[in-house]
Design a binder for this molecule. Structure first.
Ligand code: KG4
Ligand code: ZN
Length: 365
């Protein structure tokens, strides 16, 4: 019987500094020994978005302590780990440098192999850590910087089926909140306000609905929200709630159409599949209950299993980076050499064309 593989993961691509220790047992099962995340929300909230320079400095200040804490909670020393995995892209370059350099320094000092991990691969493989999901499956990543529908065929084997041609969905929530005077981050605030609102009061556009391509677009929706708000200003609390509910309804309908097509395409492409097909959701927007319900009912209509990892593992964390490193180790990839460079842009599917505006913020994943 062989020992499990043990890895230290490091994440710093956006506004969360994180470190984790994760095991991969010989049967392929994952086990999180520690998972420490320090959010920089307070540092950035005054600016209504992530400020790259502030983020990089905050990562530098917190990283060493977080790594120590992750090792302490896991009850392991650097000698006891088998490898180090650090996010090396995509994301904010200052933060990536901090995490990757820390990973390199530890790998060199402890003489352990280093795995430079794609942050998006971390999101894409999380469902295998939490739910032991087998390949292939479809993944919807909806965060502050990305909105992508990806076919996950295997470790390192991804096909992007759809992406946003302008704003990411989380960004649309954040911008909507900002123009309604709601706090940052906007997603939770819009969701809360929507609870008491009338989703039928404003008829907002459902971008790209009905189109065969599987891409997304949210900037027109944001503009429509601005127009609706300007027309009835000054806004009462009820007006704000009604706009939020109408916005969320438009997003739900859009996702229903786009993802519904994706599920059908998955079934056509993978028709020999013996297992129940699965849709995995990841990213901060996956916390939204109304959107989750839409996806859940869509999956049951199409005979899909709906897999939503716990919220903590849907948002940015280092356990997913550690796990992606373990998956790469187990699949015989890498390790990387110590001259590996951080990359602010690093698509999962290198063959997918870059769409106008896609990832223009380039910051959040
Ligand atoms: O994945 P995440 O934590 O960070 C990155 O973008 O990397 O996602 C943050 C995004 C923000 O845009 C936030 O407004 C959105 O997720 N979000 C939500 C909700 N909670 C967070 N959007 C809609 N509904 C929510 N409940
Ligand atoms: Zn992310």
């Amino acid at each position: 019987m062989t020992d499990p593989l043990c890895i230290l993961g490091i994440e710093s691509s956006c506004d969360e500094t994180a470190a984790a220790v994760v095991l991969r047992h010989p049967d392929g099962r994952g086990e999180i020994l520690s998972d420490v995340v320090l959010s920089q929300l307070e540092e950035h909230s005054a600016y209504g978005g992530v400020v790259p320079e502030i983020a990089a400095r905050a990562h530098v200040e917190a990283m060493d302590t977080l790594v120590e804490e992750a090792l302490r909670q896991a009850g392991v020393t650097l000698k006891g780990i088998d490898a180090v995995a650090a996010t090396s892209g995509p994301g904010l370059i200052g933060g990536l440098i901090v995490g990757l350099m820390t990973g390199k320094a530890i790998a060199m000092a402890a003489q352990k192999p280093l795995y430079a991990v794609n942050h998006l691969e971390g999101h894409a493989l999380t469902a295998r850590l939490t739910d032991g999901l087998s390949f292939p499956y479809l993944m919807l990543l909806v965060s502050g910087g990305h909105t992508q529908l990806v076919l996950v065929r295997g470790v390192g084997d991804y096909e992007r089926w759809g992406t946003t041609i302008d704003d990411a969905l989380g960004e649309a929530f954040d911008k909507t909140a900002k123009l309604l005077g709601l706090p940052y981050p906007g997603g939770p605030a819009v969701e809360k306000a929507a609870e008491t609102g009338d989703p039928k009061r404003f008829s907002l556009p459902r971008p790209l609905v009905g189109e065969a391509r599987l891409d997304f677009s949210f900037s027109g929706l944001k503009t429509a929200v601005r127009q609706a708000a300007t027309e009835i200003a000054p806004l009462s609390e009820q007006d704000i709630a009604d706009i939020c509910a109408s916005f969320q309804q438009a997003v739900s309908r859009t996702l229903k159409d786009r993802i519904g097509r994706g599920l059908m395409r998955f079934k056509e492409t993978m028709h020999g599949l013996s297992e129940t097909p699965a849709l995995v959701v990841a990213g901060g927007v996956a916390a939204n209950k109304a959107l989750r319900e839409t996806l859940l009912s869509l999956c049951s209509d199409h005979g899909f299993r709906f897999v939503a990892p716990p919220h903590r593992l849907c948002t940015d964390n280092a356990a997913m980076i550690a796990w992606a490193g373990l998956e790469r180790m187990a699949a015989g990839f890498g390790p990387d050499t110590l001259d590996v460079q951080p990359r602010s842009r690093w698509p999962l599917d290198a063959d997918a064309e870059t769409l106008i505006g896609h990832g223009k913020r380039g910051a959040k994943a």
